[in-house]
Design a protein around this ligand. Structure first.
Ligand code: SF4
Length: 207
């Protein structure tokens, strides 16, 4: 993408989505980590349906670390891979209590040492906490990066590297949220609404 088009992309997305934020519901870092772990391969909407009961029952890492597996499974049953995720949530609760004083760690290495926390989840946490600039690539960003000609990467890691090269780190967090907004509202996987899309003039995939 040329610098001129890149500028238009950033400006247009900023005008379309002036308040970039996560669509997951959370009130603190503990809830952020748990919600992001649940959101892997699952919609934010579904996660937001189960977290009120989960956070009420287990308001912190200590409570979660002492949870019974069957109880957590019952609460998060609507979530994809709920059995594996239930095990990981409890194990992460224990690790957080034992190794991180019941806090969410601040480094990528520490985060990815927690059960069920991969590269993308760690980057989302770091980006939201504002500790380290990160550009997590989910399914929407992966799709839009290809359609907009920002990357030809075959894996999320490759796409993330291309996006980091393409934009200054100060833009990463906002662009991350804005591209997801656009992917959910306009540039859907099956039926992109190119005719109504404000990025049409700079998009090589516009139909
Ligand atoms: S023009 Fe079409 S393909 Fe390009 S970003 Fe917009 S909706 Fe997506």
């Amino acid at each position: 993408m040329t610098p001129q088009k890149r500028k238009i992309l950033v400006q247009t997305l900023a005008e379309l989505y002036p308040d970039p934020h996560s669509e997951l519901d959370f009130k603190n870092e503990y809830q952020l980590l748990i919600a992001v772990m649940l959101s892997a391969q699952c919609t934010d909407k579904k996660v937001n349906q189960v977290t009120p009961e989960l956070f009420k029952t287990y308001p912190n890492f200590k409570a979660l670390s002492q949870a019974k597996l069957a109880d957590v499974e019952r609460i998060i049953r609507p979530i994809n891979y709920y059995k594996t995720k239930s095990k990981n949530l409890i194990a992460t609760g224990k690790e957080a209590v034992d190794r991180f004083k019941s806090k969410v760690p601040d480094t990528h290495k520490e985060l990815t040492s927690l059960p069920g926390v991969g590269n993308k989840t760690a980057n989302v946490i770091l980006s939201e906490k504002g500790v380290v600039p990160a550009f997590p690539v989910d399914t929407h960003i992966f799709r839009l990066a290809h359609r907009l000609g920002l990357s030809k990467g075959k894996t999320p890691d490759h796409v993330e590297a291309d996006l980091r090269d393409e934009f200054p780190s100060s833009e990463w967090r906002n662009l991350h949220h804005r591209l997801i907004f656009h992917g959910r509202r306009v540039c859907g996987a099956r039926s992109p609404q190119c005719e109504a899309c404000a990025l049409r003039a700079i998009c090589p995939s516009a139909t």
